[in-house]
Design a protein around this ligand. Structure first.
Ligand SMILES: [Ca+2]
Length: 308
């Protein structure tokens, strides 16, 4: 995908004459020049505290994460290996809280052999393996139903969130990356810069929202969650979580998780931040990543004022 060049206003507009030339040459300048009614906004930086550090299975190629009551439901991708996994929020796989002072770069918590597929272990929750031709993507719970995307298969699996039994399927077009619910709608990302607001009954699109940061598109939107009246997205291969205004699509703030991602990216290049879930009871976000050996509960020190 192509990215527009970053605007550097000081360099592009040293003189009126140069600005005129630049205006005709540079789309970035054109966007900035036609948007003089908008001031350049600086996205807030939401500082955070790590409240809990818990083990996370390195066998999980995490695609989606959602809190449902006292449980986390997580989807793990790849063809032939995809599963949905439901486990208690504080007592999941390889359970036992770690000392948060322990460096995250320690050896994997579990010394159990890594199997091809994330297999169920005793008392570690419920697993739902998917057919080999489906790549599990993000998931969300809405109105007593668990909705699971299947990346390029253009199918949403609707599961019972407790038993993980399949109830029905719905269809969509294109790729499915992230999924959450906002009000009475489902919100989906597809790897681009748009959020698609969908009807939970038939998955039809009600509206689309272009996500921008200072008028520039924010692409590769991935797993989603909702908190403080905002839509939060982790961005593929980036270390931050973006806070998105649900009406304007503007990126209004970021949680920069560079310190966490840096420690886990050493496992392999695919070990990116993925899997974010707002926990209403804990007033924090669960965050993890693909093949990360930890998951974290973080709380914001300076949260945004909730939108009405
Ligand atoms: Ca999520």
């Amino acid at each position: 995908m192509q990215f527009f060049p970053k605007c550097v206003y000081g360099k592009l507009l040293p003189t009126v004459a140069f600005a005129f030339v630049a205006l005709s040459l540079n789309k970035c300048t054109l966007q900035a020049s036609t948007d003089t009614s908008h001031s350049i906004h600086n996205a807030a930086n939401y500082d955070y505290s790590i409240i809990k550090t818990l083990p996370h299975s390195q066998r999980s190629f995490t695609q989606g994460l959602v809190v449902d009551g006292h449980y986390l439901i997580e989807s793990s991708g790849l063809y032939g290996k995809s599963v949905v996994h439901r486990y208690p929020v504080f007592n999941g796989p390889a359970s036992g809280e770690t000392d948060s002072a322990t460096p995250v770069s320690d050896a994997p918590v579990s010394d159990r052999p890594v199997s091809d597929r994330l297999e169920p272990d005793k008392n570690e929750g419920q697993y739902k393996p998917l057919p080999d031709d489906l790549f599990a993507e993000s998931l969300t719970v809405f109105n007593g139903k668990l909705f699971l995307l299947t990346w390029k298969s253009e199918r949403v699996l609707v599961l019972d969130p407790n038993s993980l039994n399949l109830k029905s399927t719905l269809a969509y077009q294109g790729e499915g990356w992230g999924l959450t619910s906002f009000g009475q709608e489902l919100v989906m990302s597809n790897g681009g810069d748009q959020l698609l607001f969908r009807d939970p009954e038939d998955f039809s699109i009600n509206r689309t929202l272009n996500v921008t940061d200072n008028q520039q598109p924010v692409e590769y939107l991935n797993d989603l969650t909702v908190a403080y009246g905002l839509i939060w997205a982790n961005v593929w291969h980036e270390s931050y979580i973006a806070a998105i205004h649900p009406d304007s699509g503007q990126l209004v703030g970021k949680i920069e998780l560079r310190e966490l991602t840096r420690q886990h990216r050493s496992f392999d290049s695919d070990s990116v931040l993925n899997g974010i879930a707002w926990d209403e009871q804990q007033q924090g976000f669960w965050v993890t990543g693909k093949r990360w050996n930890k998951r974290y509960l973080i709380q914001l020190k300076n949260p945004p004022q909730p939108l009405e």
